[in-house]
Design a protein around this ligand. Sequence first.
Ligand code: ATP
Ligand code: MG
Ligand code: MG
Ligand code: MG
Length: 439
Amino acid sequence: MRLSRYFLPTLKENPAEAQIVSHRLMLRAGLIRQQAAGIYSWLPLGHRVLTNIARIVREEQDAAGFHEILMPTIQPAELWKESGRYDDYGKEMLRFTDRHDRELLYGPTNEEMVTDIFRACVKSYRDLPILLYHIQWKFRDEVRPRFGVMRGREFLMKDAYSFDLDAAGARRSYNRMFAAYLRTFARLGLKAIPMRADTGPIGGDLSHEFVILAETGESRVFVHADLVARDILAEAVDYEGDLQPLVDSWTSLYAATDEKHDPAAFAALPEASRVEARGIEVGHIFYFGTKYSGPDAMNVTVQGSDGKPVHPEMGSYGIGVSRLVGAIIEASHDEAGIIWPESVAPFRVALLNLKPGDPAADALAGELYAALRAAGTEVLMDDRDERAGVKFADADLIGLPWQVLVGPRGAKEGRAELKRRKTGERHELDKAAILERLL
Ligand code: ATP
Ligand code: MG
Ligand code: MG
Ligand code: MG
């Protein structure tokens, strides 16, 4: 992509409304634009990151055996009256009527709707488990939308749902998702720690929040240092095997948010093992049994192996896909701007032609651009008629993992500088060496 033809509306000044660094950087780097309180448009660079995150989320959901569907954003009120949540949910739910005076709502979550799909389509214990997910916009009329996409009103969520015949099956589905979440967040370059959590309005017995550590997090968290150091990507995860030992090993060490914190238990840990920090909730998983399928709610049954009706045991599992864009920036930035992890970066390489119009610089930049593209590497070439200083600053701001700086003097000798955004490390190299490091 040539920056001269791209749509990248960066800001020089810090936007006054942004209180935290990720919100500031998302506005300055031209990732999003606010349209109303807590409602955003995603501009090209931001949209690419959002898409990359969704792709990784999707790959891990698929690997865990869940199947992708797509439910609508708009839901009929009747379903929520059946479950009893229409009244309970309160003002966070956006409600409206259509021209026929039918009551509708913009979905804040989808337990009722997926249960409705299940009851229409699944009749026998033989069909279980049923494991479904979708990635869809949600609306919650938050009292205080803030911190940009971190607490929006309209936001993108991955929500998954499991239906099992019994509690043991439901636990297996829960464990699959637990492992998938660990892997997903690690692949996004994040350290997310599962913490025992309250179930809140979703209800149920067993629940974990996945929380990343960041200074601007909204909750206080207390964690065993070994959990912070542990790397799931170095471990084998077999979704067909028994995942209980893996889950037990992650949940046996101390990790709690404010609400579940037990100061005495935490104080009993050796001092060097106690990590106190602030955290951002990026995912949340629930096992809630028959809360929605049971006789007092939507009364869903399948035929059991003995011919008797059974209410399926359910779980639900959310990831804040759009919140993650902000959360990743909170976890990975410096004074100059964003530092994207390779896995979600909107492009991999920023190729800066520091002097467009100079024949040697144009030639070398052109050759590098063509070679990188031919190899399938995503490259954004800054070919704008701007000062070098502006290009350096913009490249640091948008935070692509690699920068190639092509200046007229070096280009004459066939050389350019390769800079790693994360470390600031630079090397002057010839074309072949640059390509060798990047491909
Ligand atoms: P929070 O405690 O931050 O309000 P929640 O517990 O209400 O979140 P869940 O119902 O558990 O949220 O939803 C699943 C996930 O959706 C959350 O873990 C979070 O990542 C994301 N999420 C929830 N509310 C928002 C929001 N207003 N803006 C962006 N993402 C959100
Ligand atoms: Mg909430
Ligand atoms: Mg919460
Ligand atoms: Mg939650």
